[in-house]
Design a protein around this ligand. Sequence first.
Ligand SMILES: [Zn+2]
Length: 186
Amino acid sequence: MSRLLARIMLAVFMLPVAALVWIIAFMVLYQDLLRGREEQCFLVSGLAAAAFVGGYWVLLWRRSVRWNPPRVFGSVGLAIGAVAVGGLVAWPMDRLEHGVGSLLFGPTATFAWLVGTVLLWRETSRERASRLDARSGTALVCPACGYNLTGLNQATCPECGAGYSIDELLALQPGREDADFERAAA
Ligand SMILES: [Zn+2]
């Protein structure tokens, strides 16, 4: 199984595991910490599941995303927007049926953030072009800091000190996975 395929599988498993996190958090809160205060239990378990999803999602894709300032700050901005979306859905629903809003708020905000990150994190056509350019050249760069390692007779980066085996260095070249995936999907 390639690294990217493994990552896609892990992405598929994320939401079922998040649901499990939600249920476990709810049970613990409901039976013990918040004793029967249903609405607060809904909100806090939604928060726990959202924190799980946020951490999991960033860790899963951190190496596939080009982290420029618009993407970093945009992801934080998206989280704020997602809270607003969650509120816009939850508030009217809560007026229909009291308590439903606190149940829906966390999952709605989480999905809104996930959809936003996919749109924000995907590469632009310019980035894709530069990735393909870099691949057609012979440049070999440090996966950690981007320093050009071409021509060195060692696999340790003189700039940041990160060390790699030769196969790691090749596998971790920026855009390498995407290129492999596009080739496999074509
Ligand atoms: Zn380096």
